[in-house]
Design a protein around this ligand. Structure first.
Ligand code: ADP
Length: 334
């Protein structure tokens, strides 16, 4: 089914699937979230009910898709996956909803991009486990209520602010996924290296975890690239020297910032005197799509304290000036 799988078939995704933990105990970090989910899963299983609808919020690559499939595994339930941009028409969504099985998990990625008509269908499906289906046209049209099996909707988004409140209020469980610390990333890298049979030294793991932007997807991706550097330029073992060389070649600094991160900060400082500057203007200035600016670059720069979002726009902080070695002429505390 193309609607179900279209966005899940890229090569990177296939590689990612190998590294996806299957159970909560293998999912690193996010301790509080895991502890809570374990309770909700156990309680639902004891009541022999599906888990409440679950909302996963967090930047890309932090484990939302992984958690959705872990929820299904822990519930011993089937899972169907799609992403909102793949659902064009009401019939696309209705087609999936009427085919979910009792107790199964239905995962919708990028749920903030769901079209309004589909969102309305989803409200009723989530609340009453029914959909309204219009048959015929004009005066002869009539609405049929179609009952659905009880299922768990798992919705994921990078942009909680863009999800309407009628939709977000229908989720019984909300999970905020945070950036990972170095120790958690080191555990993830260790596990991935084992699975992919990559030899990496202990010190190199620590160094790599610092360069991974707090993001498991990036840690895993960099690990694969370092394996390439190690096998072409050395004896296949990922040492600290390989990490340093690799990061240099990939334009990633010791804080895990990419060239575009530094470019964004430099642009705000040099062209807009440190800000505030609106997201649209900034996206044009740095030549980056507004979505990737807002979803990918900004959250990490904000978390690291280089950037602030204010009602008037984005502003760099004193730390950003220090990072780039630029003189800070303004009083940053104003
Ligand atoms: P998202 O859906 O949030 O973009 P994914 O669930 O696709 O992120 O995760 C990206 C990759 O990172 C996957 O290969 C997954 O194995 C790995 N990953 C994410 N979170 C964790 C975690 N907590 N522990 C181990 N691996 C993780």
């Amino acid at each position: 089914n193309s609607v179900i799988s279209s966005s899940f078939q890229e090569e990177g995704d296939r590689q990612e699937n190998i590294l996806r933990p299957k159970l909560l105990k293998d999912f690193q970090g996010q301790q509080r979230l895991k502890d809570n989910l374990a309770v909700f899963v156990q309680a639902a299983r004891e009541r022999k009910e599906p888990l409440d609808h679950t909302f996963l919020i967090g930047p890309p690559g932090l484990g939302k898709t992984t958690l959705a499939s872990i929820i299904a595994n822990e519930m011993e339930a089937e899972i169907r996956m799609t992403s909102a941009p793949a659902l064009e028409k009401p019939k696309d969504l209705a087609g999936i909803l009427t085919n979910v099985t009792e107790g199964s998990v239905f995962f919708i990625d990028e749920i903030h991009r769901l079209k309004p008509a589909l969102e309305e269908m989803l409200y009723i499906a989530m609340e009453d486990f029914e959909i309204d289906w219009v048959i015929g046209q004009g005066p002869a049209a009539r609405t049929m209520r179609i009952p659905l099996p009880k299922f768990t909707l798992v919705g994921a988004t990078t942009k909680a602010g863009s999800v309407s409140s009628p939709l977000s209020s229908r989720f019984g469980i909300t999970c905020h996924i945070e950036f990972y610390n170095e120790k958690e990333l080191a555990n993830i890298i260790k596990r991935s290296a084992q699975i992919m049979d990559i030899h990496i030294e202990e010190e190199a793991i620590i160094l790599l975890s610092r360069c991974s932007r707090g993001t498991p997807r990036i840690a895993n991706r960099l690990l694969r690239r370092l394996r390439d550097f190690a096998s072409v330029m050395g004896d296949g073992i990922v040492t600290t020297a390989v990490v340093e060389h690799g990061m240099e070649r990939l334009g990633i600094d010791a804080n895990g910032l990419e060239m575009q991160d530094r470019n964004i900060l430099r642009t705000i400082i040099e062209f807009y005197d440190g800000g505030p500057v609106g997201a649209e203007t900034l996206s044009i200035s740095v030549g980056e799509a507004i979505e990737s600016l807002e979803d990918f670059y900004e959250p990490y720069l904000i978390q690291k304290g280089y950037l602030k979002r204010t009602p008037r726009g984005r502003m760099t902080t004193k730390l950003a000036y220090e990072l780039l070695g630029l003189p800070c002429k303004r009083n940053m505390d104003e």
